[in-house]
Design a protein around this ligand. Structure first.
Ligand code: SF4
Ligand code: FES
Length: 251
């Protein structure tokens, strides 16, 4: 274990542990946008900037991204200095101009004193901050159906050539992990539509409620060894099944 200081408090950590994880454990709040526990940090959004120095740096300090900066013995971390707050404010100024449709960014911007943003470069409904959480989740954990496409102001997250993807399994991992709810999907009855493709949801074998797309169940089955049919029981019926199992155990 090593010791470092965060906002004046001496804390313990594993060498190399990221500053964000240590700060969160110690109850110190650092804003993040592109961070997601399920994937490796990318350092893309810069919202988690903090200022670090060391006793032997003779007053010199630097800004680093807390989500991927490794802890070192005796590091001194300050999470709310003027430099840090100004940097986060400038990032939010750019983000709010790009994504006027995002409520999350508007709320964060207000916290940093940006009540009346003037500049708008994105469409009024635009919510995507290009944090790449969805693409990293899809590429690293699911099927790699989406990525960034186009360049410059046209840059966006989509399926290749913005065409209907035959790789997508309709799992919603992208939409559910998006911090700004930028990925639209629709679920009505036994149909789920995302990225321009409509998936049939298999009805629960016990109560008929929607479960998963067949494509997602097959993908899961291949990786877990469970039978595809086992995925076609809804959460409620599974819970009831588990409860019955416990009832039947002679304690
Ligand atoms: S759609 Fe959401 S998760 Fe994906 S890059 Fe945009 S803001 Fe990030
Ligand atoms: S959360 Fe650290 S750079 Fe985005």
């Amino acid at each position: 274990m090593i010791e470092l200081t965060i906002d004046g408090k001496r804390v313990q950590a594993r060498k190399g542990e990221h500053l964000l994880a240590i700060a969160r454990r110690e109850g110190v709040e650092i804003p993040t946008l592109c961070h997601h526990e399920a994937v490796e940090p990318s350092g893309a959004c810069r919202m988690c900037m903090v200022e670090v120095t060391r006793p032997d740096w003779e007053g010199w300090s630097k800004l680093v991204t807390a989500c991927n900066f490794p802890a070192e013995e005796d590091l001194i971390v300050r999470t709310r200095t003027d430099k840090v707050m100004q940097t986060r404010k400038e990032i939010l100024e750019l983000l709010i101009a790009r994504t006027p449709g995002s409520q999350l960014i508007a709320e964060m911007a207000r916290e940093y004193g940006l009540d009346h943003p003037t500049l708008t470069v994105g469409e009024l409904s635009e919510k995507c901050i290009l944090c790449d959480i969805c693409t990293r989740v899809c590429q690293n954990l699911v099927t790699g159906a989406i990525s960034r496409i186009n360049r410059g102001v046209e840059k966006e997250v989509n399926t290749p050539f913005a065409e209907v993807s035959d790789v997508c399994i309709g799992c919603l991992a992208c939409a559910k992990s998006c911090p700004t709810d930028a990925i639209e999907f629709k679920q009505v009855g036994l149909e789920r539509t995302i990225w321009g493709r409509t998936f049939d949801l298999v009805p629960c074998t016990q109560c008929g409620a929607p479960t998963l797309p067949k494509e997602q169940a097959e993908w899961l089955s291949e990786r877990t060894g469970m039978k595809v049919e086992e995925y076609f029981v809804c959460v409620k019926c599974k819970a009831a099944q588990t409860a019955r199992t416990y009832e039947n155990i002679a304690w």
